[in-house]
Design a protein around this ligand. Structure first.
Ligand SMILES: *Cc1c(COP(=O)(O)O)cnc(C)c1O
Length: 226
């Protein structure tokens, strides 16, 4: 990748950071209360490196296999990287996911909770866990239904002994996102959870307004994916 393109990525990264800071201040929140998860899926190491060089350390990926191919080398060079799994997890990939990721944002059904609990019994690694909620109740989308979230969170705690730290959602593309962000915040509040992963390139400012602690921003930093 040419120096010019590197510059573009870093310029966009800094732009996104300043927009996050401004959105936080506008909402009466501290900029430090909002964490940028830079979503690097589909991008190779040469696009990710300039972002690492500029100090970004928290990244999101949606596929276990793709991440295994590109992140071990980058993690060796930047050991304080924090890697978030933001795509669906298959039970048969739980071992690999626990080995590589620092945060798994997509715990969304009993079979995954069971697979993670089983993996935790075999290893000392303890990625943080978020539950994904399908706030729009879309058939094609992953996530626990909003009306099942409280019971699922209880089972995660009591049955599988999984410490769930937060919630994550991806609102429907064709609806105003704020109602979905508000619903996620409400479910989190009544379950005593403080971490809210919500908001992407198109809507992170609205998410910050509604209390997002983590925004997952890809294309606004790396450019449009092929
Ligand atoms: C790809 C993806 C993002 C980033 O989307 P952009 O619109 O590129 O910012 C955020 N969250 C999830 C779950 C994703 O799959």
């Amino acid at each position: 990748m040419s120096a010019d393109l590197d510059q573009d990525v870093v310029t966009r990264l800094r732009q996104v950071r300043s927009e996050i800071d401004r959105a936080a201040r506008d909402a009466g929140r501290k900029p430090s209360a909002v964490t940028l998860v830079a979503v690097s899926k589909t991008y190779f190491a040469d696009a990710i490196e300039p972002v690492l060089e500029d100090g970004q350390r928290i990244f999101g990926e949606n596929r276990v296999q793709e991440s295994q191919a590109k992140w071990p080398d980058l993690k060796a060079r930047f050991p304080d990287v924090e890697l978030h799994l933001i795509g669906p997890l298959q039970s048969n990939k739980a071992k690999e996911a626990v080995a590589l990721f620092d945060v798994i944002e997509t715990v969304d059904r009993p079979s995954i909770a069971e697979a993670l609990a089983k993996e935790f019994s075999k290893t000392d690694r303890r990625p943080k866990l978020y539950v994904q909620v399908n706030t729009g109740e879309e058939a094609q989308k992953a996530g626990i239904a909003p009306q099942e979230a409280d019971a699922f969170l209880r089972r995660c705690r009591d049955e599988w002994h999984l410490p769930i730290e937060g919630l994550m959602c991806i609102p429907p593309v064709d609806e105003p996102p704020s109602a979905h962000f508000g619903l996620l915040a409400k479910i989190a509040a009544r379950n005593g959870l403080k971490t809210l992963s919500m908001g992407m390139s198109a809507d992170f400012e609205a998410a910050i307004q509604m209390g997002a602690t983590h925004v997952r921003v890809g294309s606004a930093i790396f450019g449009h994916r092929a």
